[in-house]
Ligand binder design. Structure first.
Ligand code: KIV
Ligand code: NA
Length: 295
C-alpha cells in the first residue's frame, strides 16, 4: 500500500468514497490503523484522558503529544498522520503556534495538525499553510473549551449558530485549511458545509454527509466498560471497573475490554491453580548430563 497524501485524500472525496480516520496514541494501535488500511491516523489530545487517565484534554503538554506522535509514526506508515495541537501550544501568538506545529512535524513526524478554534485561529491557519504544514481546524464541539462551555454539548443547533459555523468554515477554507473536523453538530449543517465547500470534512457526531468519519480507537474497539458491563463484572467476578459514558455518536464495533478482562482473569487463575506454566510446554530443558554434573 502507498502512503496516503493530500492528493489521494482529495481523490477519495471527489469519488465520494468516505474517508476513514481513527485515533492512535501508541505503536500497536498505529500498526492496527496501518494494517487495516485506515486513511488517516489521528494522534488526538483525547489521549490525555484515554491513554494517560487525565480528567480532560487540557492537561496534556506539547512534549507529551510529541512523545506519542513518534510512536504512532513508527507504526502508521501509510495513513496520513494528524496531531492535535494541545491546549496552550498555539493561543498566545501566531509565532508560538508555528513553533509548536513545526515541532510536531519535525520531532513527532506527523503530516499535519488539527487545531480547535474558529475565526481566532485564521492568522495561524494562514501562516501554517504558507510554510507548508497542512491544517485541519476543529469546529463545533471543542473539548478544549469544555470548561468555558460548562460541559460537552451539541453545537450549531440554532439558525444563528449554524450560520456562524458555516461562515467560519468558509473563512477557514479561504485561509488555506485542507480539511475541517466537525464535532457534534446537526447532520444537516455538516452536509450543507460539505456540499458548499471544497475542502475535506471529517465528522464525529456530524452524520453521514461529511467526506469522512473519525472515531476514537478505544470507542471503536470497546476498550472501556459501560456502566452496565461494570455492574456485571462487579456481581460476576467481583471486579471494580472504571465505567465510561459513551457519547450518542459512538458506535462500538468490538468489545476488546471484555476480552482483555477475560484473558487477565484466566491468567491469574492459571497461575494460582498451578496450571501455568506447564512443564515441557512452556519451560526450558537442561540436558541430563549437564544436570547431573550441576547437581
Ligand atoms: O482528540 C481527539 O481524539 C479528537 C477526535 C475526537 C476528533 O479530537
Ligand atoms: Na482532540
Amino acid at each position: 500500500r502507498k502512503k496516503v497524501t493530500l492528493a489521494s485524500l482529495r481523490k477519495l472525496r471527489s469519488e465520494q468514497t468516505p474517508i476513514t480516520m481513527m485515533t492512535a496514541y501508541d505503536y500497536p494501535t498505529a500498526l492496527l490503523t496501518h494494517s487495516s488500511g485506515i486513511d488517516m491516523t489521528l494522534v488526538g489530545d483525547s489521549l490525555s484522558q484515554v491513554a494517560l487517565g487525565h480528567y480532560n484534554t487540557n492537561q496534556i503538554t506539547l512534549d507529551e503529544m510529541i512523545h506519542h506522535c513518534k510512536a504512532v509514526a513508527r507504526g502508521a506508515k501509510t495513513p496520513f498522520i494528524i496531531s492535535d495541537m494541545p491546549f496552550g501550544s498555539f493561543e498566545a501568538s501566531v509565532q508560538h503556534g508555528v513553533e509548536s506545529a513545526v515541532r510536531l512535524v519535525k520531532e513527532g513526524y506527523v503530516d499535519g495538525v488539527k487545531i480547535e478554534g474558529g475565526r481566532e485561529i485564521i492568522p495561524l491557519v494562514k501562516r501554517l499553510t504558507e510554510v507548508g504544514i497542512p491544517v485541519m481546524p476543529h469546529l463545533g464541539l471543542q473539548p478544549q473549551r469544555a470548561t468555558s462551555l460548562s460541559g460537552y454539548m451539541v453545537q450549531a443547533r440554532s439558525s444563528g449558530a449554524a450560520k456562524e459555523l458555516y461562515e467560519t468554515a468558509v473563512a477557514l477554507q479561504q485561509a488555506g485549511a485542507f480539511a475541517l473536523l466537525l464535532e457534534a453538530i446537526p447532520h444537516k449543517v455538516a452536509s450543507y458545509i460539505t456540499d458548499k465547500l471544497d475542502l475535506l470534512t471529517i465528522g464525529i457526531g456530524a452524520g453521514p454527509g461529511t467526506s469522512g468519519q473519525v472515531l476514537v480507537a478505544s470507542d471503536v474497539l470497546g476498550v472501556f466498560p459501560t456502566e452496565e458491563e461494570a455492574e456485571v463484572a462487579a456481581t460476576e467476578h467481583g471486579q471494580q471497573l472504571q465505567a465510561v459514558k459513551v457519547a450518542k455518536f459512538v458506535r462500538r464495533f468490538g468489545n476488546v475490554g471484555s476480552e482483555s478482562r477475560r484473558a487477565v482473569r484466566e491468567y491469574i487463575e492459571a497461575v494460582r491453580s498451578g496450571g501455568f506454566p506447564e512443564i515441557g510446554k512452556e519451560t526450558y530443558m537442561i540436558a541430563k548430563e549437564e544436570w547431573d554434573e550441576f547437581e
